[in-house]
Design a protein around this ligand. Structure first.
Ligand SMILES: C[S@@+](CC[C@H](N)C(=O)[O-])C[C@H]1O[C@@H](n2cnc3c(N)ncnc32)[C@H](O)[C@@H]1O
Length: 239
């Protein structure tokens, strides 16, 4: 872990606690080293992380309203299931279920998936990597990636977006939340769990365009007390 500044998805005081490996996992191809590092880093802090983000959307009306808008766009475009990719302990998936969406979660960290299953027993959560999804072409109506591409090495983000496009039906929506670069270039920073990157929202929107998405809308939120960075939220639609 790095640094000491308290940030909502960049938490102080995380401690190493492990869950036993989950019973059910997706078949996973050989993981690249940064994925192994990310999974191990979240496994090591899973219980504490889950406690810190348990009410992750409470008290964040702008963020919550953007997730609700995503849910409504998915419904309006004919639905299809929604995947919460990099779901962590599962609270965004649970919020989308409460909005009436058919949703499941996938995360690299077996320990976070175990916590999500225990916390939301009515929802499906699987271990897997969002850059190699065990899903058919065009199977989904929506994807939410809530601060989960933040650890992706920048050069790999285009292939993640291509995989998102592959599994989405035409007209399906993607909601991306991330730390925004506030006028600077893509920049690594000392996220408390493992290295993460801040992105200019225009650059992510351009990459999404190249991957076959049209922008629907965006929302920037200034940091609240205790947060370091502006938050970026981008909603795009598969064309
Ligand atoms: C900052 S946390 C966000 C978790 C959750 N979305 C939330 O808002 O609390 C980043 C999450 O992304 C997951 N993650 C990172 N890379 C991933 C990948 N390639 N496939 C699946 N999950 C990934 C991590 O395991 C971690 O749970």
């Amino acid at each position: 872990m790095h640094g000491a500044t308290p940030v909502a998805a960049d938490h102080p005081g995380l401690v190493a606690q492990r869950f036993p490996p989950p019973v059910r996992s997706l078949p996973m191809p050989e993981l690249s080293s940064h994925l192994t590092t990310t999974a191990a880093a979240y496994d090591a802090v899973a219980v504490r992380y889950a406690d810190l983000v348990r009410d992750g959307l409470a008290g964040l009306p702008l963020d919550r309203s953007f997730v609700a808008a995503f849910a409504e766009c998915v419904r309006a475009s004919g639905a299809g299931p929604v995947a919460d990719l990099g779901c962590g302990p599962g609270y965004v998936a649970a919020y989308l279920r409460d909005q009436g969406r058919d949703v499941f979660g996938i995360d690299l960290s077996p320990s976070l998936i175990e916590i999500a299953r225990t916390t939301y027993p009515g929802l499906r959560f699987d271990v897997g990597s969002m850059d190699a999804l065990d899903l058919a072409d065009g199977e989904l109506g929506g994807i939410v990636s809530w601060y989960s591409v933040i650890h992706t090495p920048p050069a790999e983000l285009p292939s993640y977006l291509a995989e998102f496009r592959r599994v989405l039906a035409p007209g399906g929506h993607v909601l991306l939340a991330f730390f925004e670069a506030e006028g600077g270039p893509v920049t690594p920073f000392d996220h408390k769990v493992t290295t993460a990157y801040r992105w200019p929202i225009d650059e992510i929107a351009q990459l999404a365009g190249k991957a076959g998405f049209a922008e629907v809308g965006r929302m920037l939120r200034e940091p609240r007390e205790g947060e370091r960075f502006r938050r970026g939220h981008l909603l795009v639609r598969a064309v």
